[in-house]
Design a protein. Structure first.
Length: 257
């Protein structure tokens, strides 16, 4: 019953979202959105975003989110940043992981998405969460961070490499970054890739982003400790650790919990 309600809500939200996205198609040829376009798009999507995201949760997005948060291995008292936090589905799990003595900072450029996140924070009574309206490309990371999370957030940011580099530089030695999102799946027939694009188009996704590979930025700037794909290779999760002076000298991978 709950599943049916979620699907119905998601379908209604999706239809609305489609109409809004089509109306706001400033980029009819599907180009890369600049910050103002991304902000405007997500401001419009904000009221229906969670309803539509419910369908993605059924497809396993929630599991992926939880894995990403778990992979950060946060402890009570830690400080973590959530980049492109949106309406804040990860803020609760992050806040619980760092406990009342820890701190979570959610960053997003859309005031509309942050308003939804603020409601969520209030509803869940999360006293250790702070929300910042900023472009992740300009965000001043606090020093000595224990974890940075970016879930479905960097695949539309043209300077993702510089963002990952700055995030890793802000981590304490051994601190972790977990990045996940959509990727162009290998080996899919063209029609299936097009269909995937169509389904995600209301979120601003287009073929213009196919060359964006944030997981490679994690590999470049951190010691990759895990990489995993899901949904037949259309989604990835990449986890990196900030180098520690006496850490292991070469890359190693670990199984997921
Ligand atoms: C697809 S939503 C994902 C939200 C959330 N992480 C989740 O998993 O539901 C992408 C979010 O990234 C934000 N965003 C996009 N580009 C950004 C940028 N350059 N700086 C900050 N936030 C950005 C959007 O406003 C939006 O809230």
């Amino acid at each position: 019953m709950k599943r049916t309600t979620t699907l119905l809500l998601a379908a209604a939200g999706g239809a609305l979202l489609w109409r809004r996205a089509r109306r706001s198609a400033d980029d009819p040829d599907g180009g890369v959105l600049d910050a103002d376009e991304a902000r405007a798009l997500y401001d419009r999507l904000a009221p229906v975003y969670d309803g539509v995201a419910g369908a993605y949760a059924l497809l396993g997005a929630r599991r992926l989110h939880n894995r990403a948060v778990g992979a950060l291995r946060l402890r009570p008292g830690d400080t973590a940043v959530s980049l492109g936090c949106g309406t804040g589905p990860n803020l609760g799990p992050l806040a619980r992981a760092v406990g009342p003595t820890g701190r979570v900072v959610g960053v997003d450029l859309s005031a509309g998405m942050l308003a939804q996140a603020r409601d969520r924070v209030r509803r869940l009574g999360l006293d250790n969460v702070e929300l910042v309206r900023a472009d992740v490309r300009e965000f001043a990371f606090p020093e000595g961070l224990d974890g940075v999370l970016a879930v479905f957030a960097l695949e539309m940011v043209p300077d993702y490499d510089a963002v990952v580099a700055r995030a890793v530089a802000a981590l304490r030695p051994g601190g972790r970054i977990a990045v996940s999102g959509l990727r162009r799946p290998d080996g899919w027939p063209e029609w299936a890739v097009r269909l995937g694009e169509l389904v995600n188009r209301p979120f601003g996704v287009s073929r213009a982003y196919e060359s964006f590979r944030p997981w490679e930025a994690v590999r470049r700037h951190a010691r990759e400790v895990a990489y995993r794909e899901a949904v037949l290779g259309a989604v990835y999760l990449s986890v990196g650790e900030a180098p520690s002076p006496d850490g292991p000298p070469r890359q190693h991978r670990e199984p997921y919990a």
